[in-house]
Design a protein. Structure first.
Lengths: 334, 461
């Protein structure tokens, strides 16, 4: 009987443990392979300038993916991340002037706008009980529309000092990486070292249990959307610095890509499971693949085709694992 | 129970804890009033660790903000140790634990709030006999430490073993109460059921099969599925009720699931239904061979909770009810009403959703669904789980009637006392194999337990 038990537990216990690391590990391997291939075709990519430019295309996606991950961990979904990025980007590009006071004020205001947009999402989803898929899809039009009102066509400007501070480099160390690491250390780490992080993961894992355990489930969901807005606003500020202007379409690709990067990095779409390092690695992998396609003159139509394929395969892999199991019940219950 | 937990609100009346009146608008308020609940459907987080599950909401902190992980782990460990669960690793993931250990984690979680009152809602319904015994001794220990405990159970043996004072509730009203030392099974049963079912249950004992011994409907030879069961042989005859018994988790459930085609690979041996060989890899194959499964888990497996009763019943026979592409609603209604009467399903109309019915009536709808297909073999997998005593008696009447009308029945339950009431013959399972067969009047709990443990004793020697 004991032998039976261990057989069964082994069967269900082992894959789960591997599962936890499979996202980050496969992203690291993928990243190494892609970088190696890229460097063979284009050795300059390993120069300080090349590395900085790769970091600069990856960091906004990484920030968006971290925001998406907070919401996914809490059992939600944020389809308005792209529109949030667009709105903050347009706001910053139309209001920021040279000078420390202006820059500081606009940065703080931008982050506040991010939090407020997250608050709106949270109210709609957590208190209005609208499905996240529908709720955030609707708010994305509100945010995107607001961006078009502020800035109907690409324009505006960003002070050069702000741009250099975020996108420059010191030797092989790009400033953008410092921004990413600080965002993780100042926002993610404190949250997930405190009870709030535990609550987010718990609610995402099983919100009914959360309620029965006396957790403030709706407030936790609300906060997860606000954090997503905060990360989206940081991503938007970085994009403004990178392009030194505003663009009312700039954010649209980040909605699906942030989701893809999070899933690539092993975050469960069903909530409750995921790390921060996974989505960051996933973002770099995805961004660098797309960047390489551009560098090798693959047409942009093909780029979006290939991107869609990658996303499909990544999302499908989760299901493939289930079909390996011998019982239909396991498939049904997942 | 749900009022005390803060899940539902009272229409009138008051709740007092330690002499003071409290209002419990939500689960959080229940916890701070000192009421902790061990829920029947566990309130755990499967992806999180044992420590995190036990301590959620009660995390010890360093300063105002940071969680003290070391203290948290230690407190979780202490709580588990105090329950005698020294073998549960605090760092393992709760989803990987067997149900019995998860149950202990749930209890540790409830104790983490230092409650004045601990409520256990049918904590044993999913446990095997040895696990139940362990749980009861844990509860004993808690009582000796001065805890006040409300223990909710349908099983008399547990009540006799554990309770000081017993209150019987029927349909939301207090039906009776026993003072310490006065508990009496017959009286309790009468109070629980009302007079109608009393005779039916207390006079019943197992009867040997009297039908045609040659009329084999289902034959199973050398059926094996590693690691669940091996070398299973049996014949099932028309009109016979055959039980799979033994301790829980000895492969009985998996055997039923395998016959129903729920395992995609690894099944070896031979299944013969009505002369045709079958080794099903998908429920479709078993269904078309005439095998029906009424599963324990109605919520996810047996029915469509949001659909109406009639939609649930007609779903397996839509094909036969349609002419061209249009479904004949009149024929559907006649069929459904017939089954509602025949199985005495209690409902206001066949249009109400399955989810709004009680557990026992939901189970009858699932039975009706298969009746509509006129399956020759019915397999019942722990059908009375979470079903009250009255509905259980009605369900048993349905099963007997099925057998009497010529169907063959396979029956599995986690409650050993049910086999004697229902079965003509039982196979006792131990470690995935049949360790013995009991016929008719031999089917009593003591004999089942003897066979369940026989080889275990032998192994130890």
């Amino acid at each position: 009987m004991t032998q039976h038990d261990s057989l069964r537990r082994g069967a269900s216990g082992r894959p789960r443990r591997i599962e936890k690391h499979i996202g980050p590990v496969s992203c690291t391997i993928g990243l190494a392979v892609v970088m190696a291939l890229y460097a063979i075709r284009q050795p300059l990519i390993l120069s300080p300038f090349g590395l900085t430019s790769l970091a600069n295309v990856s960091v906004p996606l990484a920030l968006a993916a971290i925001g998406q991950t907070v919401v996914l961990l809490g059992g939600g979904l944020d389809l308005s991340i792209g529109a949030q990025i667009t709105l903050v980007n347009c706001f910053a590009a139309t209001t920021m002037h040279n000078g420390v006071v202006s820059i500081t004020t606009i940065v703080l205001l931008s982050m506040t706008i991010g939090l407020v947009m997250g608050l709106l999402n949270g109210i709609v989803v957590a208190y209005g009980r609208v499905e996240p898929l529908i709720g955030t899809f609707c708010t994305s039009f509100v945010f995107g529309g607001a961006a078009l009102i502020i800035l109907p066509r690409p324009g505006g400007s960003i002070p050069a000092s702000f741009a250099t501070a975020l996108t420059g480099n010191m030797g092989i160390l790009p400033f953008s990486l410092i921004l990413l690491v600080s965002a993780i250390l100042l926002v993610w780490v404190p949250i997930f070292k405190s009870r709030l992080g535990g609550f987010i993961v718990a609610v995402g894992d099983n919100s009914e249990s959360g309620r029965l355990s006396g957790l403030p489930v709706r407030r936790v969901e609300l906060v997860s959307y606000m954090l997503s807005g905060l990360f989206a606003s940081i991503a938007a500020l970085f994009l403004a610095a990178e392009t030194t202007s505003g663009d009312p379409t700039i954010g649209s690709i980040y909605t699906l890509n942030s989701l893809a990067a999070a899933v690539l990095g092993g975050v469960a779409l069903t909530g409750g499971r995921g790390t921060v390092i996974g989505p960051v690695l996933g973002s770099f992998l995805l961004s660098i693949i797309l960047n390489a396609l551009g560098a090798f003159n693959v047409s942009s139509f093909w780029q979006s085709f290939i991107e869609g394929l990658i996303l499909m395969v990544v999302l499908g892999l989760g299901g493939l694992r289930l079909l390996r199991s011998g019982s239909w019940l396991a498939v049904l219950r997942s | 129970m749900k009022l005390l937990a803060g899940i539902e609100q009272p229409d009138e009346g008051a709740i007092s804890v330690n002499g003071g009146a409290v209002l419990i608008p939500n689960p959080r308020a229940a916890l701070s009033a000192g009421i902790a609940i061990v829920h029947q459907e566990l309130s755990l987080f499967p992806s999180l660790g044992v420590t995190e599950n036990i301590m959620i909401g009660q995390e010890p902190r360093r300063g105002r903000f940071w969680i003290d992980k070391v203290a948290m782990r230690k407190r979780a460990r202490d709580l588990l140790d105090s329950l005698g669960a020294t073998d549960i690793d605090t760092s393992s993931t709760v989803g990987d634990l067997p149900l019995a250990q998860a149950q202990l984690v749930e209890i540790a979680k409830a104790l983490s709030t230092d409650p004045s009152v601990l409520i256990l809602d049918e904590p044993t319904s999913a446990l095997s006999i040895t696990e139940v015994e362990h749980l009861l001794s844990v509860i004993d220990r808690l009582r000796k430490r001065g805890a006040s405990i409300v223990f909710i159970s349908h099983r008399f043996s547990e009540i006799e073993r554990i309770a000081d004072r017993v209150t019987i509730l029927r349909s939301g009203e207090k039906a009776g109460e026993f003072r310490p030392g006065t508990f009496n099974r017959d009286e309790a049963l009468a109070l629980m059921l009302g007079e109608t079912w009393r005779k039916e249950l207390s006079t019943r004992s197992a009867e040997a099969f009297t039908g045609d011994a040659e009329a084999t409907v289902l034959q199973v030879d050398d059926l094996t599925l590693v690691p669940h069961f091996a070398d299973i042989d049996f014949k099932l005859r028309r009109g016979e009720i055959l039980g799979f018994t033994g301790l829980e988790g000895q492969g009985q459930k998996e055997l039923l699931f395998a016959i129903f085609g729920l395992f995609r690979k690894g099944l070896h041996g031979k299944i013969t239904v009505g002369g045709d060989h079958l080794l099903p890899r998908h429920p479709r194959e078993s269904i078309s061979a005439g095998i029906a499964l009424i599963p324990d888990d109605r919520k996810t497996l047996g029915g469509f909770l949001n659909l109406s009763i009639s939609e649930n019943i007609a779903i397996t026979v839509l094909e036969s009810l349609r002419s061209a592409l249009i479904i004949n609603r009149r024929a559907e209604a006649d069929l459904v009403d017939g089954y509602i009467r025949r199985l005495s399903i209690k409902c206001t109309s066949s249009a109400v959703s399955l989810g709004s019915l009680s557990g026992g009536n939901q189970q009858k709808v699932v039975v009706a669904k298969w009746l509509a297909r006129k399956a020759p073999v019915y397999m019942f997998c722990d059908p009375t789980r979470g079903v009250d005593a009255g509905a259980r008696a009605e369900l048993f009447a349905v099963i007997r009637e099925l057998a009497a009308s010529g169907s063959a029945i396979l029956f599995y339950s986690t409650d050993l006392s049910e086999f004697a009431q229902l079965c003509n013959r039982v196979l006792v399972f131990r470690d995935g194999r049949v360790s013995g067969t009991l016929d008719g009047p031999e089917i009593v709990e003591q004999n089942i337990l003897d066979l369940s443990f026989k080889e275990a004793v032998h192994d130890a020697a």
